[in-house]
Design a protein around this ligand. Structure first.
Ligand code: ATP
Ligand code: MG
Length: 457
């Protein structure tokens, strides 16, 4: 479990932050930046300073006093994103590739568009290709064509969900992928994808290093579940939970319209329940939120739900797909090797129905699963802005020769996060943290269903 850079995943919990060391935040570069950036430096309000990133500037990893006090020496810090005065690649000479991998997420097209516009309009890069259908498009054997990307070609793509490049899962050989990059003369590869794609990008970057090539691999992390750590929040997340609130609203209306009304909304969240938490907080209709991070005790939950329906006439349950796995025997994996989760939403529906039946209590249950509707919508304006700015930061990083890194946002600054760090742990809802506390306060659900609820039975 120890990566090349000495990041040992087994060491992570319980206090992830104290485990990160300055060395974990070092970003690899391909070489010295010797070329003047074609970007015009912006003047500040005094008309003096240019808005290039000062290479000595850093963004504090943790700004708590305790954290800074505990450390000896310099506290860990991120390299900030943004344009450099000197860049590594000569824009006139390079070719750039873009690929999208993994599941759909709002904002993919915004990121593609942002990369193309920044590369062309600001740096003057004219040769940009899009690979089709994920990493598969970089493996010659599969015979996918490549798409020439131009500003005109990407002009309105942000108005649509999905990805114009297509995507895929399934393992591809990094050797064949680097063969393809070599063959096409690609100098920068942008990967827009999730944790799996970033592990793939890491292997591609390693293969590039082995061959001593100067090819930059820069990621824009995509995760609708918001489960990639150290990037602030992921693009598309706000759109996703916003869309999810529509289902919660609908389920609530259904539940209140009938005697014994129970709404059960199943949302995404394989390992992390952020969408369920935020969607539930957005309109305060949910009475229960079940997430992967907090064990579900059905022996306590079911009587609690029955009592709630008896007393208030209806109830609304929001359940993240990865919750309650302790009740399901999940086995198998998808094409990318991701563990398949049992469907707790469906399981829970069965348990709720039979529990009410056994107790002789009336129930009208409506089950809503909006997952695919949520994944495929276009980004909302907030996410569109965020996607564009992440794309700009990714281009600045790559042009300055950074590699094996992803862009993120930390303390309202764009930062460079080394891929080994981004894939070494998972961003999860902290059951002892303030987000989960807000959910408990907003829903009124107990901290634990295991504590016997005497009034229930
Ligand atoms: P999502 O958030 O939708 O799961 P993802 O990027 O994690 O996105 P995956 O299907 O897991 O989606 O992976 C996308 C691509 O990355 C696939 O082509 C897969 O083969 C590759 N990949 C996944 N895990 C690894 C790994 N450990 N090493 C190399 N490549 C990987
Ligand atoms: Mg994944």
């Amino acid at each position: 479990a120890t990566s090349r850079r000495g990041i040992n995943r087994k060491r992570w919990p319980p206090s992830l932050r104290t485990m990160v060391e300055a060395a974990d935040l070092l970003v690899r570069t391909l070489g010295e930046c010797r070329i003047d950036s074609p970007l015009p430096g912006l003047l500040d309000r005094h008309g003096t300073t240019e808005h290039y990133v000062d290479e000595a500037d850093r963004v504090l990893f943790d700004d708590t006093l305790a954290m800074v006090g505990e450390r000896t020496g310099k506290p860990p810090s991120f390299e900030p994103g943004g344009p450099r005065r000197q860049i590594f690649f000569d824009p006139a000479k390079i070719r750039v590739g873009i690929v999208t991998c993994g599941g759909l997420c709002p904002g993919l097209n915004d990121v593609i568009r942002g990369l193309v516009l920044e590369l062309t309009s600001h740096y003057g890069v004219s040769r940009i290709v899009g690979f089709r259908n994920g990493y598969r498009g970089l493996v010659a054997r599969h015979g996918h064509d490549i798409l020439e990307l131009t500003p005109a070609g990407v002009q309105h793509i942000n108005e649509h969900g999905g990805t114009i490049l297509g995507t895929s899962r399934g393992n591809q050989d990094p050797v064949e992928i680097v063969d393809c990059l070599d063959h096409l003369g690609v100098n920068i590869l942008f990967v827009i994808g999730g944790d799996g794609s970033m592990r793939g990008a890491q292997r591609i970057a390693q293969e590039i290093t082995t061959r001593e090539r100067r090819i930059a691999v820069v990621g824009v992390p995509k995760t609708i579940d918001n489960d990639i750590p150290w990037i602030g929040h992921s693009f598309g997340f706000q759109t996703a939970f916003g869309k999810a609130t529509e289902s919660i609203r609908a389920a609530h209306i259904e539940a209140t319209a009938q005697p014994g009304g129970v709404g059960l909304v199943r949302l995404m969240g394989r390992q992390s329940g952020f969408i369920a938490c935020y969607a539930a907080l957005a309109n305060n209709d949910a009475d229960y939120v079940l997430i992967p991070e907090v064990p579900v005790d059905l022996d306590g939950f079911l009587p609690h739900l029955r009592r709630r329906v008896r007393e208030r006439g209806h109830a609304l349950v929001v359940v993240a797909e990865g919750a309650g796995q302790e009740y399901l025997a999940a086995d198998g994996a998808d094409a990318s090797g991701n563990r398949l989760l049992g469907d707790f939403g469906i399981y829970l529906r069965g348990r709720v129905l039979s529990d009410f039946a056994t107790a002789g209590q009336e129930i009208n249950l409506k089950y809503i699963d909006p997952s695919y509707v949520i994944r495929s919508v276009p980004a909302n304006p907030y996410d569109s802005v965020y996607c564009l700015r992440l794309a700009q930061a990714a281009v600045h990083a790559a042009m300055a020769g950074r590699t094996e890194m992803v862009v993120g946002s930390w303390r309202n600054r764009f930062v460079h996060v080394p891929i080994p760090l981004a894939v070494a742990s998972r961003n999860q809802v902290d059951p002892g943290g303030d987000l989960w506390m807000s959910v408990l306060e907003a829903t009124g659900q107990p901290t634990s269903f295991s504590i016997p609820d005497r009034a229930a039975a």
